[in-house]
Ligand binder design. Structure first.
Ligand SMILES: Cc1ncc(COP(=O)(O)O)c(C=O)c1O
Length: 417
């Protein structure tokens, strides 16, 4: 996104043109930004450890055009459910190009994962017998809880440690692999996912050390080989003005340094180093364009837009901050700023989702643009109060195309009998 003469552009396409063509609220993604994010991450790690693989965490943005774009770059798909596996398969991902890191799986999940020959990251030892009913997998991985976690988003996004529902406590991991060996499984991987939106490089080195200190002794005592070591996603992006971007070169340097040391120490050979990011790849490539429909002077000043908690859930769900920009209607606009609270259209007081922000003076009919909405944006939206889901548009090399149409009244009603 860029701002020129107070107007907002996505790869040279004006926000106003997109709003006129597709209506608002509207999710917009910049394809080049997604490619840049992927290539930066891939290069940083691969130059230091060539056996490196990115599986895109599909859950962060399930639009097929986005998944396809990342698959064209070389990404595999990290899926969380039977439907995400179906989606990845439909887009051409096969077998070991699909990681299945779901939790609390049901029979449909097992069946679809087995049918796709996906790489299962089992979240608990108790799931092994259920998976075996669908046949013996070629390769098996367990999700280990290394008893350490972190999130710059919200406490609920800390995905490992004693309060986390995910993974096998690392002290019990050997028992899980021993059971898999007894079942005749011969090829192994290991997985962890400890947190979200972390921007401190040291943290990734710390968790990698922890995971390898767990895996090393298991490889020795059970005499098994780990073909891949998956350190999860969680690579952060800055949301607030004072947050700094994650230094990915430094992260890759620190992680591959401990990776090489530990792999040598435990004689693990040359396992593939796997990451499964979502937010880092698509988060800052996505925006929501909304229209201002009403301005209200109450005890404070409210700017009513069509971007509500139902369109972008993160602010209300996590107390998350998203930067907001105003696309000025005309150059004659008053440039003076004022303190306002941005609301959506839901009948919920929580829907005042950006409180007391200093923004250029806004008028009814103006467009606002919310940044960092590419990950956990559209996928978490829901139709509430009859305010239906937005459309999605991809801007690529100066061209724009609709990649998901707006939800209609017929779609909304279509599920009822
Ligand atoms: C198992 C797993 N892998 C990867 C991710 C992607 O995380 P992020 O978008 O923070 O990189 C998640 C997010 O919840 C996850 O649960």
């Amino acid at each position: 996104m860029k701002i020129k003469d107070s107007k907002i552009y996505f790869e040279d396409v004006a926000a106003e043109e997109l709003a006129k063509t597709y209506g608002t609220p509207l999710y917009v993604y910049e394809a080049n930004r997604i490619r840049d994010n992927y290539r930066r991450l891939q290069k940083a790690f691969q130059t230091r450890w060539p056996q490196f693989k990115i599986y895109y965490a599909v859950k962060s943005n399930t639009n097929p055009a986005i998944i396809r774009l990342l698959m064209e770059e070389g990404a595999g798909c990290d899926c969380a459910s039977a439907n995400e596996i179906r989606l990845a398969t439909k887009l051409g991902a096969k077998g070991e190009e699909i990681l299945f890191s779901g939790n609390n799986l049901n029979e449909e999940d097992f069946a679809e994962g087995a049918k796709a020959k996906a790489l299962f990251n089992l979240d608990d030892l108790s799931l092994l017998d259920r998976l075996l009913k669908h046949g013996k997998p070629e390769v098996l991985s367990f999700r280990v809880n290394p008893a350490i976690g972190k999130s710059n988003v919200h406490d609920s996004d800390v995905m490992a440690g004693k309060q986390a529902k995910f993974g096998i406590p690392w002290e019990k991991a050997e028992e899980a692999y021993a059971k898999a060996v007894d079942a005749g499984i011969k090829r192994f991987g290991v997985h962890m996912m400890t947190g979200s939106c972390v921007t401190e490089p040291d943290y990734f080195a710390e968790i990698t050390t922890k995971l390898l200190d767990c895996v090393g002794p298991i490889a020795k005592s059970l005499n098994i080989k780990f073909e891949f070591i998956d350190i999860g996603g969680g690579f952060g992006i800055p949301y607030t003005p004072d947050e700094k971007p994650l230094d990915i070169e430094k992260t890759a340097t620190l992680v591959t340094k401990v990776f090489k040391e530990k792999v040598a120490q435990y004689q693990l050979g040359e396992p593939q180093l796997v990451v499964e990011p979502g937010r880092y790849l698509v988060g800052d490539a996505g925006f929501v364009i909304g229209r201002v429909h009403a301005i209200k002077e109450s005890y404070k000043k409210f700017v009513g837009t069509d971007i509500g908690m139902n369109i972008l859930a993160r602010p209300v769900l996590y107390g998350a901050y998203h930067g907001i920009f105003v696309d000025k209607k005309s150059e004659a606009r008053n440039p003076k700023s004022e303190i306002v609270t941005i609301t959506g259209q839901a009948c919920e007081n929580a829907d005042a989702w950006a409180k007391d922000r200093e923004l250029p003076k806004i008028e009814v009919g103006d467009l606002i643009v919310v940044e960092n909405a590419g990950a956990y944006g559209y996928v978490m939206s829901y139709p509430y109060n009859g305010r239906l889901r937005a459309a999605e548009v991809l801007v690529d090399q100066g061209k724009h195309k609709l990649i998901r149409r707006r939800e209609t009244f017929e779609d909304w009603l279509g599920l009822t009998i």
